[in-house]
Structure formats: structure tokens, C-alpha cells
Design a protein around this ligand. Structure first.
Ligand SMILES: Nc1ncnc2c1ncn2[C@@H]1O[C@H](COP(=O)(O)OP(=O)(O)O)[C@@H](O)[C@H]1O
Ligand SMILES: N[C@@H](CC(=O)OP(=O)(O)O)C(=O)O
Length: 573
């Protein structure tokens, strides 16, 4: 067996598997073996033939007990942390220079740098792609977003003094791709991912070239050639376990040979089956950062933004938002999941698994302490931590036509969503009815959202009466509900009643760090402001006047509030 094989098309010691063949390199066998079963489950789904082949080869792999295992001793690495800079932090040549200075101002840190595309680039690329579909091949150069992207990157190269050679191939490639889209008159999800990848590929090349120019050795990496292996879910791919050893081997291997700062594209990966470029969902560079942090077992992951850390609410909704000094992984994950744009919803997963602290910092204000996210924190004085708003949610009230047993009914309802690939955010049940919310932003196709919703309603109407309620918002309160739920609810509902806001559902997660309220979209911002004023601007958010527990049984009538739980940590009462 060859010592060096292809890992999803990437030349590396390890394994390659696709729908037709699976091959294993002699190096890295033991390293990859323990993770393979998880990846097989994740990726093969119901493809039985593929699963059987994968499992057979996995067993063979484990039996061989190859002694030529790579010794990737974590303690040998001098790489200390990940520093991830978002689009706002690398928006211009001037910002890139500031970021370079910032990195150099920590001489003891040996960071892996992860960058997003320059601000606005991803949106402009997507817009250019949409326009290319219908503008005709001869009119590509009239797409103003293409001109904007070219102009921005060429100007940045000049201002950094690095010459445009580092990005000229990508600029040409981008134009060719848009031509192809115009010719085909279609933009598939796969092409969309390839299209947006140009943003990160160019920002990292410019930045690495600049570091080299100022005498600080740097090496640029495309994540999809570095071992970030994902599912093939274009536009929303999930990281596979095989990523960790592959990334570790590649980065540590190179670092051992030459101490050059790795500058890695955020947001991107390589789909395991088709070997095509994938993306991790909008804001996915945070997930790249924590994935690398876990892969290398680093001391800390820093995500540098344009705000002083995670704030008590979205500053775009309410200007009086304040930084939250300390959060647990669980709190941060809930906050991100329920819509706080500041962190990617899945970014806390690798950090939690690897127990790697995450620090959210402001690249515009580096001396601000930021937010530290760790496994645990002193919760004795914590009450409410943050308020998050997720708009444009659809709510369904589903009542059984027949008096089916609750378990059978619930199973049928949920399997309808499973079959249609629609994820449910929060769910509430009583004996014969279920209420749940759907997040339209998670639907596969923006154009088909209404069609998909109508379809799901039609399916559910075969077994139930369905009431569709659109234009709802989820207002999530993140805090210490283990200790002070009665206080938060009592105070929160008083505020809502005084402000005439009607709450239509309540949801408490089993992890006891969040309660979500469903309100009308047009009342949601007012709701956030009123709650923020009451909890964060009167000095009561830190004091716990009473200790209480929330009842988790549904209230008797659907006309009343429903107490429920979100599906990810379903709590049975
Ligand atoms: N609770 C919150 N705390 C901090 N920022 C928030 C919050 N909710 C929304 N935001 C928004 O998230 C932005 C930062 O996230 P993002 O745009 O992904 O940054 P970057 O592109 O630099 O990674 C902030 O500018 C802010 O407007
Ligand atoms: N450029 C991608 C990935 C990303 O993470 O960006 P940012 O760090 O600027 O949110 C996006 O816009 O979604």
C-alpha cells in the first residue's frame, strides 16, 4: 500500500474514500481509524452499498494495526492559538495592516491565522452569480459586483505593496466561472460554494503575501486542500471527524519543517464524496477556527470581530448593548443557535469537544477585554446573560384528527419533517396537539420556502388539523435558569405585560441556559428593548432575589402559553 495517498483528492498520508473506492495509506491508519465509523454514519446515511464497503474497509484498517502511525505529539507544537479575523477586520489594506500589527504585537503567540473574505465580498459574489444566470455570456463585464470585487482586491494588493500576481489567477478564474454560469443559465448549490470560495482564497493570499513582505514568514492554505473534510451538503456542510488528524498532520508537518505563520481560508472545506469545494454556512470561519483549535489542541481560539465581544443583545437592535465578560460553551452555543450573528451556530462544538477556550475580541479596539468562553464559569451571581432575536420564524399548531396516542402522533409529525429534510427549532406537545417553529432561513431554497411550507402543511393535514402562523419571532433569553428561572420569568412577564406584548409560546431547553418566547415579528424589537432595559439597565441582572424552578409540564390549554423544549435537548416531562 502506498505510503502517500489521496485524501479526498488532497495529497496526504491517510485515506481516500468516495462512492466507488476506498483506499488507505499506510501512514495515518491508526490515526484515522477511530474516527472512521462516525464519519461513515455521518456521510453514508441510508446508502447501504456505500456503508457496507466503508465498514468492511474500516474493519480491515483496524485489524492491520499499522505501526507506522504518525506521532503528532501535541506538546511538540509551538503553535499556540488560532486568531480568526472576520470580514470586517480585513475589509481594506489599511485594516489588513492593522491586523498584521496586531498579530505581531503578541510575540509570544505563534498563531494559526484564519481569515474570512474581505467585508461584503461574499454577498457580492453571490449577487454576481445570480446576475450571471440571466445576463448573457457577453455581458459578464457589466455585472457591477464583479467590477467591485476586482477593484477592491487589486487596490488592496497595490496598497499592501504585494503586487496583483498573488490573486490574478483567481480574478481570471472568477470571470471564467461567471461566464460558465451565464452559459449554463443556472447556479447550483455546488457552483455557489465554488463561487464564494474566491473571497477567502484571495483575502488569505493577499494577507500572507503582506506578512512575507514585511519580513514575517507566512504560508497560505486553502482549507479544502489542507484536510478540512466535510459532508457534501453544499452551502451548509458539516465537518467530518477525519478532518482533525488530517489538519493536524498537515499544519504541524509544515510547521516542523519551516516556522511560517499558517494563513488559512475560513468558511471552506472539501466534500468527502465529490471532492468539490463546500462551505460551512454563513459566518462559517468561526467554525474553521475552532476546528483547527481542536485539531491542534491549542491553548485558545481568538475570534476577532468589530464589537467588544459577545454583547447583551444585537447592537443593531439596541445601542445600549453591553459586553458579556464570560460565557460557558453551552450559553454561547444557545446564543448562536438562536440567532446571535456574532458566532456561527456550530462553532462551539469543536471547542467544547476539545475543551479549547474561545475569546471574542474587537480588532478595532484590541485592549477591550472581550468575552471569554469556557466550559464552566462562576454562575452563583449570574441571572440573565444575553437576549437574542430570531426573526421571520414560521409556527405550526398541529392537532391530531383522531385521538391517537401522543407517542404515535408525535412520531408521525416529526417523521414528516424528517422526510422533507426540514429542521424544527422548538416544539411543544400536549396530549393530541403539537406546536413547533421552523426557521425559513434553513430551508434548502430561498425561492421555494413558501412552496415547501405549503407542502409540509399538506402532508401534515393527512393526519391533523394544521394552523399556520407566519411572521413570528423567537426572543431567546440566555441565562442561569437552573438557579433563577422564577425570577427571570416573573420579571420578564411583568415587563411584557406592561408593554402590551403578547407571548404565544414559551420554550425551555433541558440545558437550563435558555428560555425562548415566541412573539409577533412586529413586536419583537420592542420586546428585546423592553427586556434589555429591565434586566441590564437597572442593576438587577446580577442580583438573584429568589431561587426558583420552572414547571416543564404543558399548561392545560393551548389558548394559554405552552411550556416546551427545543428538539436538540428534548426534555420529557
Ligand atoms: N449578541 C451580539 N453580540 C455581539 N455582536 C452581535 C450580537 N448580535 C449580533 N451581533 C452582530 O454581529 C456582528 C459581528 O459578527 P460578524 O459580522 O460575523 O463579524 P465578523 O464578520 O467580523 O466575523 C457585530 O457587528 C454585530 O452587529
Ligand atoms: N465570508 C463568509 C464566512 C465568514 O465567516 O465571514 P465573517 O467572518 O465575515 O462572518 C461569510 O460572509 O459568511
Amino acid at each position: 500500500m502506498a505510503a502517500s495517498m489521496h485524501l479526498c483528492g488532497v495529497r496526504t498520508s491517510g485515506l481516500a474514500f468516495n462512492s466507488k473506492s476506498i483506499e488507505f495509506g499506510s501512514k495515518g491508519l491508526n490515526l484515522l481509524a477511530p474516527v472512521l465509523t462516525k464519519d461513515i454514519n455521518h456521510s453514508c446515511g441510508r446508502n447501504r452499498a456505500l456503508r457496507v464497503t466503508c465498514e468492511a474497509r474500516s474493519a480491515e484498517l483496524l485489524e492491520r494495526k499499522d505501526t507506522d502511525t504518525l506521532k503528532l505529539n501535541r506538546t511538540e507544537t509551538k503553535l499556540t492559538c488560532v486568531m480568526k479575523f472576520g470580514g470586517s477586520s480585513v475589509a481594506s489594506a489599511e485594516r489588513m495592516k492593522e491586523v498584521a500589527n496586531l498579530i505581531l504585537s503578541f510575540p509570544d503567540e505563534k498563531p494559526v491565522v484564519v481569515l474570512s473574505a474581505m467585508a461584503k465580498t461574499t454577498n457580492k459574489l453571490l449577487m454576481a452569480g445570480e446576475k450571471a444566470v440571466c445576463c448573457g455570456v457577453t455581458n459578464i463585464n457589466t455585472i457591477e459586483e464583479l467590477s467591485y470585487i476586482k477593484e477592491l482586491h487589486i487596490r488592496t494588493a497595490h496598497e499592501l505593496g504585494v503586487g496583483i500576481a498573488v490573486i490574478s489567477k483567481h480574478l481570471e478564474g472568477l470571470e471564467q466561472l461567471l461566464n460558465g454560469i451565464a452559459m449554463m443559465k443556472e447556479l447550483t448549490l455546488r457552483t455557489r460554494d465554488y463561487l464564494v470560495s474566491f473571497g477567502e482564497c484571495m483575502s488569505t493570499r493577499l494577507f500572507a503575501a503582506y506578512l512575507n513582505k514585511i519580513g514575517h514568514k507566512a504560508r497560505q492554505y486553502d482549507a479544502f486542500e489542507m484536510g478540512i473534510i466535510t459532508t457534501d451538503d453544499f452551502t451548509n456542510a458539516d465537518i467530518l471527524e477525519a478532518t482533525y488528524p488530517a489538519v493536524s498532520k498537515r499544519l504541524l508537518g509544515d510547521w516542523t519543517k519551516e516556522r511560517a505563520v499558517p494563513v488559512v481560508t475560513g468558511f471552506l472545506g472539501k466534500g468527502w464524496r465529490f471532492c468539490a469545494v463546500t462551505t460551512l454556512g454563513r459566518g462559517g470561519s468561526d467554525l474553521t477556527a475552532t476546528t483547527i483549535g481542536k485539531a491542534l489542541g491549542l491553548r485558545e481560539v481568538q475570534v476577532w470581530k468589530d464589537v467588544d465581544g459577545v454583547l447583551t443583545c444585537d447592537p443593531n437592535i439596541y445601542g445600549r448593548a453591553q459586553p458579556v465578560p464570560h460565557l460557558t460553551f453551552d450559553e454561547a452555543a444557545q446564543l448562536a443557535y438562536f440567532g446571535a450573528q456574532v458566532l456561527h451556530p456550530l462553532s462551539m462544538r469543536p471547542a467544547t469537544e476539545g475543551n479549547i477556550p474561545v475569546r471574542v475580541k474587537n480588532s478595532y479596539n484590541p485592549t477591550a477585554p472581550g468575552t471569554l468562553i469556557t466550559r464552566s464559569r462562576d454562575m452563583s451571581k449570574a441571572v440573565l446573560t444575553s437576549i437574542v432575536l430570531k426573526r421571520n420564524v414560521t409556527m405550526l399548531d398541529i392537532t391530531s384528527n383522531r385521538m391517537l396516542g401522543q407517542y404515535g402522533f408525535l412520531a408521525k409529525v416529526l417523521s414528516t419533517f424528517e422526510k422533507m429534510g426540514i429542521s424544527v427549532d422548538v416544539v411543544a406537545t400536549s396530549e393530541v396537539s403539537v406546536s413547533l417553529t421552523l426557521d425559513p432561513s434553513k430551508f434548502c431554497s430561498k425561492e421555494l420556502i413558501q412552496q415547501e411550507i405549503n407542502h409540509v402543511v399538506q402532508e401534515l393535514e393527512k393526519i391533523a388539523t394544521v394552523n399556520l402562523l407566519q411572521n413570528r419571532s423567537i426572543v431567546s433569553l440566555i441565562g442561569n435558569f437552573q438557579r433563577s428561572s422564577s425570577f427571570i420569568l416573573e420579571k420578564g412577564f411583568r415587563v411584557l405585560r406592561t408593554n402590551g406584548i403578547n407571548v404565544q409560546m414559551i420554550s425551555q431547553g433541558a440545558s437550563k441556559v435558555n428560555i425562548s418566547l415566541i412573539v409577533n415579528d412586529d413586536e419583537a424589537e420592542h420586546c428585546v428593548k423592553a427586556l434589555h432595559s429591565a434586566f441590564f439597565e437597572t442593576g438587577t441582572s446580577k442580583a438573584v432575589p429568589q431561587i426558583g424552578r420552572i414547571a416543564t409540564t404543558p399548561l392545560p390549554s393551548r389558548e394559554n402559553l405552552l411550556v416546551q423544549t427545543d428538539l436538540r435537548d428534548l426534555q420529557v416531562v
